[in-house]
Design a protein around this ligand. Structure first.
Ligand SMILES: C[S@@+](CC[C@H](N)C(=O)[O-])C[C@H]1O[C@@H](n2cnc3c(N)ncnc32)[C@H](O)[C@@H]1O
Length: 418
């Protein structure tokens, strides 16, 4: 198989989580093995033509990957004349491609990744003068973004606020060992869409919601394809369900709190109304108000493709509880998870995933108190996924912010195939 398309992927602030998603993405598009370089926050890899096209189509479904694009060329960094010539050609080609009558002001952004500040300044300065001079010659109005007194890379938010996807392009340079590698950003995660979706929600209950980005990641990691069926047995306000529905996955939500049940219904109704095929969307979801420890009564004849959830994580706390209280809480959560997963997994098709989050209390003396994952797996006849297919990620993966009272781990279980 020929591997002749080079791409770069920028990982999110939780690199392990992004690598896990990237690994699932590659598996999904049929990649069997991959040569890659991990460089700062980036992964550089090669794909064949077929995988290359499929790759970019999948990126919108991920939640933690920041951006990706093509690598055009690489040159020896020692040969300054050579790299300057190549970068100039690359810039001129892209300016010509992106400037048109409609594009009154062309915008260009830079992302320069090197550990040497001197080298970075040299590259940034060269690119800046090349663009300025060429624009002057061609009588083009070009705005260079991110370079004022000091250089700073655009955030995804700025990328879309500046309309860069319509009004210009971003050039990317990496200096990896002795090579200067450069290319063009082709995809950036769009936080404006998530903000719009969040503001457009009918009902928000802050203590009951999973973030949109994390929900998208969880759904993606479940590896369910179009028209599959996902269960969220602790559906809160329905964020995971909406992310699944956006991927054309059918969903069942369950929550024992009537307030959450109503919130989920309102959110899903509002989402369905905005969706182009309104009538069809209404048939793709159902929500139940009940205790998930009794799931069996409700699911009866359902065949699930995955269970995806951020479950109840214990009482809302401002400070760490005493170790005794923490142990008690975790014991009761473990019992809850075992019961719900025993009920839910009996409706899973063979060899399917349960993407689950468990809470962890971490004490200053290094003690961690959490529900026992091995015991949950044993009691529910599940296997625990220990690593990713590619990129050597150990699973469970820690998620969430360090200063939170409760830390969280993302766990992936698989049921046995018979
Ligand atoms: C962290 S929230 C879930 C957020 C949700 N995944 C979302 O996307 O918005 C946990 C939810 O579990 C619900 N819950 C707690 N115990 C439950 C049980 N035994 N059965 C069903 N739901 C339960 C709570 O009412 C709460 O809404």
């Amino acid at each position: 198989m020929s591997s002749n398309y080079s791409i770069f992927v920028k990982l999110g602030s939780n690199k392990e989580l992004s690598k896990l998603e990237l690994s699932v993405l590659l598996k999904k598009i049929g990649v069997e093995n991959i040569a890659f370089t991990e460089w700062m926050d980036y992964i550089l890899l090669k794909l064949n033509r077929n995988s290359f096209t499929k790759f970019f189509k999948q990126l919108d479904k991920t939640g933690s990957i920041v951006k990706a694009g093509y690598i055009n060329s690489s040159v020896n960094i020692e040969k300054e004349d050579e790299w300057k010539l190549k970068i100039k050609d690359h810039l001129v080609m892209n300016i010509n491609k992106h400037s048109s009558d409609k594009n009154k002001q062309l915008k260009v952004a830079l992302d320069v990744q090197t550990k040497s500040l001197e080298l970075r300044n040299n590259i940034v300065e060269f690119i800046r003068t090349t663009i300025t001079n060429y624009s002057k010659d061609m009588k083009l109005l070009t705005k260079i973004l991110g370079i004022k007194k000091t250089y700073s890379q655009l955030t995804p938010y700025q990328f879309y606020k500046e309309n860069l996807h319509r009004r210009g392009f971003e050039i990317i340079c990496f200096v990896v060992k002795s090579k200067l590698i450069f290319g063009i950003t082709n995809w950036v995660t769009n936080p404006l869409l998530d903000i719009k979706q969040d503001e457009g929600r009918q009902t928000r209950l802050f203590t009951h919601g999973t973030s949109i980005k994390l929900s998208r990641t969880l759904v993606f990691l479940s590896e369910v394809s179009d028209e599959g069926l996902i269960l969220d047995p602790f559906c809160g306000t329905g964020t995971i369900l909406i992310e699944a529905l956006k991927q054309k996955i059918r969903t069942i939500g369950v929550d024992k709190d009537p307030k959450c049940f109503r919130a989920t219904k309102e959110n899903l109704n509002a989402f369905s109304l905005k969706y182009p095929a309104k009538a069809k969307m209404k048939d793709k979801w159902v929500v139940y108000s009940q205790d998930s420890r009794d799931l069996g009564k409700t699911l009866t004849d359902k065949n699930l493709d995955a269970i995806v959830t951020e479950p109840h994580l214990g009482p809302f706390l401002k400070d760490l509880p005493s170790k005794e209280e923490a142990r008690e809480t975790m014991k009761s959560l473990e019992k809850l998870y075992i019961k719900v997963l025993q009920e839910g997994s009996s409706f899973l098709k063979n060899n399917r995933k349960i993407v689950f989050i468990i809470p962890v209390y971490r004490y200053p003396d290094g003690l961690e108190v959490n529900p026992n994952i091995e015991r949950i797996a044993n009691q529910c006849s599940l296997l625990i996924q220990e690593r990713s297919e590619f990129f050597h990620v150990s699973v469970p993966v820690q998620i969430g912010r360090k200063h939170n009272v409760i830390n969280r781990y993302l766990v992936i279980f698989t049921n046995h195939s018979s």
